[in-house]
Unconditional design. Sequence first.
Length: 117
Amino acid sequence: MAELIQKKVKSSTLIEVLIAMVILLIVFGVAMLVFKNINTSYSPKLDLKAYLKLEETVQQTKDELTFIDEEFETDNMKVIKKVYDYSQGENLMVLDISVMNMNGRVLSERKEIVRKN
């Protein structure tokens, strides 16, 4: 009769498998938090919105000839418009517009020399 060979099979215990799964879960959780923070901190949509608001403010200032300093808030952004005389030309002004988020980070800015009519 053939003799049964008793071999010990190497395997993991249930506790080892559970510990490995918990470690993987923690690693994936941290990775998701980092990914979420990176995605929310950079917002090209907000930058585009700020640029469009800047362009709208520049065009509105030129069309209405409202060459006065202004500061207003719109769409969770703060628009600061400064206007001052250009030192090297008569009848010229410098239009300096900045768009910031509510935390004070500059999203878009523009400086332009315009004619006052």
